[in-house]
Design a protein around this ligand. Structure first.
Ligand code: NI
Length: 255
């Protein structure tokens, strides 16, 4: 059976403080051979980098999430610029726009997003995009400032938007939400997307799939997403595993 590649997870989160090392060390024996720990603030990006240095099967992404946009000062930019060169750092992220809470005004979010797109270009690394309730602005900024190398993670928009992002070159990140009873929109997007553009993720500790919804999410739970996706696409689970494994390697440019 082909192993799982968790393309987006936050093992740096305090939800894993009690058992992080045991949990990470056990993943390969549970069929999870590669993961990308994704930073969201300067502090979590530093932790993600440390984890990637320590474990052969852990890679990291470094970046400032829109809700943490105020972290992005000159020192932070300098740190990102030098750390993005590390071999285990496979992407810049998560970055993007989140208009749900708006603790950080949209104009500030846009500025911080565009600045990091320039850093990704300079570092020649793909990006991980977080986009919530901001589909139109995300698409127009990416069209104007980016080249299509990356993933729209935890995809939450329509199938039309999914196809538009895929057309631009991006992968679409799908996780536990696909298994929820009210996931009609995401199911439609998954149906419409070519299998070659889908990557799988937990976004752990959040968004555990059914039947584990509400519990802390860990990478082996992607098996539930694989099973649901296979059903939706009319494919064997093994085909979904194989394709998702290959897509994740292409996304992060790993062999
Ligand atoms: Ni995330």
């Amino acid at each position: 059976m082909r192993a799982i590649f968790d393309t987006h997870v936050h093992y740096d989160d305090e939800a894993f403080d009690a058992d992080r090392d045991e949990l990470l060390a056990a993943l390969p024996s549970q069929g999870v051979e590669k993961i990308v720990d994704v930073g969201a603030s300067l502090a979590s990006s530093k932790k993600a980098l440390e984890l990637a240095r320590r474990y052969p099967h852990v890679y990291c992404a470094l970046g400032i999430h829109p809700e943490e946009a105020r972290d992005l000062d000159e020192d932070c930019i300098a740190w990102l610029r030098s750390s993005l060169k590390e071999e285990k750092c496979v992407a810049l992220g998560e970055i993007g726009l989140d208009y749900h809470w708006q603790d950080v005004p949209p104009d500030v979010q846009k500025e911080v997003f565009i600045c990091q797109l320039a850093l990704a270009k300079e570092a020649e690394k793909p990006i991980i995009v977080h986009s919530r309730e901001a589909a139109a602005d995300t698409a127009s900024i990416l069209r104007a400032h980016h080249d299509g190398r990356g993933v729209i993670h935890c995809f939450s928009y329509s199938k039309e938007m999914a196809l538009e992002f895929a057309e631009m070159g991006y992968y679409i990140g799908i996780g536990g939400v696909l298994t929820y009873k009210n996931a009609r929109k995401l199911v439609e997007a998954a149906e419409a997307l070519p299998m070659e553009r889908i990557v799988l993720e937990t976004d752990g500790p959040y968004l555990s799939p059914e039947p584990l919804r509400g519990k802390r999410n860990v990478s082996p739970n992607i098996a539930y997403v694989i099973s649901r996706l296979a059903q939706i696409k009319g494919l064997a689970e093994e085909e979904v595993r194989e394709q998702a494994w290959q897509n994740a390697h292409r996304l992060y440019e790993l062999s």
